[in-house]
Design a protein around this ligand. Structure first.
Ligand SMILES: Cc1cc2nc3c(=O)[nH]c(=O)nc-3n(C[C@H](O)[C@H](O)[C@H](O)COP(=O)(O)OP(=O)(O)OC[C@H]3O[C@@H](n4cnc5c(N)ncnc54)[C@H](O)[C@@H]3O)c2cc1C
Length: 415
């Protein structure tokens, strides 16, 4: 039986590990924390998954929270002008729901599930030296450490890395005790504040298995909403979140004025410098390891792509490992698998970059989305499957052509 070692028990490591155990491989996952420690830790992310990535979890039988969790069935976008007035305000039902489950609950449960299905879980933080020593024990070592420092094993790809500092400063919290219409708590809401940042709100399922609401604040560094970098504790996070909502979206403050953090560690602050690394890591002994997901393709969460990409890359890598049969997992194979994923993920990076530095034509697309359900549907499909946004979303000339065609079609339907 072929032996696979995986470093990191997060979205990608667990999806890959469980896929391979199910396929009969001998899999060891090294995790820097026990399942209990993961469950009791500070919030590290609040990922929302789209239909294709959810389907991967469902096919692996990992959709433990489909019944209870509060899925997201509606989309609402508000765009303000520079004076703070509402410029655009539109909403639409989603064809297929989106879902967000607290990764502390998800990863700790999946770690236990991995062991139940026959995988070996070793709780140990792996450094470069450890990795070099353990590599000969496995046919393949996969590094899925997310933002962990072990990712520096993989060389930065200067051509594909478009940033050298964060474009946004982040604050994310999970909140309960919101007032108002419960149907609005099934809505993914984004408020765009031009040259200031974005505020995201979406239904979420917290680590104590309670429905709550995730708030993501993306602030231009040194802009007027860049207030979370200085937050020291949950109480300060809550106060800052309420102040930002009261100042920038006062018309909805009433809904949120009594909200509380869903639990004391349900908040995070930080900033991400997006980066693309090379997929093959060379160890001092001459052994090699393969990087996947955030360890080699790290994005700002503004377009909600990272965990979706992690599932999709884990799924592809599992398929390619199985197809490889008994042949060696050499650097050419690792590069070829990455190159295949690149055909997909370059558009996910392109989408994230468009959100981080909106090109002018994005305004026209936004206006069209507000009026034309066809354009909005293409956009929802694109978030779920970014290659479908090419070329119209990424190029001003192609966007014009696409919008003219869609608007002509819309007019034809109306008349
Ligand atoms: C605020 C925020 C909001 C987000 N929202 C979204 C969203 O809406 N949609 C979306 O798709 N994505 C979102 N993301 C991104 C998403 O969370 C990540 O892209 C995804 O978790 C990456 O999966 P991964 O497996 O690569 O890494 P992770 O899920 O981070 O897992 C890595 C694991 O490796 C472990 N580890 C690290 N170093 C070591 C070591 N040396 N030895 C052993 N174990 C180690 C870590 O403890 C961790 O458990 C968001 C991220 C943030 C920060």
């Amino acid at each position: 039986m072929r032996q696979i070692g995986i470093i990191g028990a997060g979205q990608a490591g667990l999806c890959l590990g469980i896929s391979l155990v199910d396929a009969g491989y001998d899999v060891t996952i090294f995790s820097d924390r026990t399942p209990q420690a993961v469950l009791n830790s500070q919030l590290r992310a609040a990922p929302l998954l789209f239909p294709d990535a959810l389907e991967i979890e469902r096919n692996l039988g990992l959709n433990f929270w489909d019944e209870e969790s509060q899925v997201c069935t509606r989309f609402h976008n508000q765009v303000l002008d520079t004076e703070g007035n509402l410029l655009l305000d539109y909403s639409s039902n989603l064809e297929k729901p989106w879902q967000g489950v607290d990764t502390r609950l998800k990863f700790s449960s999946w770690m236990e599930e991995f062991v139940c299905r026959g995988g070996e879980l070793i709780v140990r933080e792996i450094n470069l030296d450890d990795l070099d020593k353990l590599a000969p024990n496995y046919d393949l070592v996969v590094v899925a450490v997310g933002k962990g420092s072990l990712a520096t094993l993989f060389e930065r790809d200067a051509q594909r890395s478009h940033h050298n500092k964060p474009k946004r400063h982040l604050g994310t919290g999970l909140f309960a005790n919101l007032k108002g219409d419960p149907t609005s708590f099934r809505t993914f809401e984004i408020t765009n504040l031009p040259n200031i940042g974005e505020i995201f709100k979406y239904p979420f399922y917290d680590k104590n298995e309670n429905p709550c609401y995730a708030f993501g604040f993306e602030a231009y560094p040194q802009g007027v909403t860049d207030r979370f970098s200085f937050v020291q504790n949950g109480r300060e996070f809550l106060e800052t979140a309420k102040k930002v909502i009261r100042e920038f979206t006062p018309w909805e403050y009433e809904i949120f004025e009594d909200m509380e953090l869903s639990e004391e560690k349900a908040w995070l602050c930080g900033a991400i410098t997006p980066i693309v690394r090379r997929p093959v890591g060379h160890l001092p002994s001459g052994a090699i390891a393969m990087g996947i997901a955030d360890a080699i393709i790290l994005n700002d969460p503004i377009a909600a792509q990272g965990a979706n990409n992690a599932n999709k890359m884990a799924h592809l890598v599992a398929q390619k490992i199985i197809e490889r049969g008994e042949r060696k997992f050499d650097s050419e194979w690792m590069q070829a698998v990455f190159d295949e994923f690149w055909e997909y993920v370059q558009y996910s990076i392109g989408l994230t970059d468009c959100f981080l530095s909106p090109p002018e034509h994005l305004q026209d697309i936004g206006m069209a989305m507000a009026k034309n359900p066809d354009v909005l549907r293409d956009y929802f499909n694109g978030i779920n499957n970014p290659p479908s946004l090419s070329p119209w979303f990424f190029d001003s000339f192609k966007a014009k052509k696409y919008l003219a065609e869609k608007n002509a079609k819309n007019l034809a339907i109306v008349t």
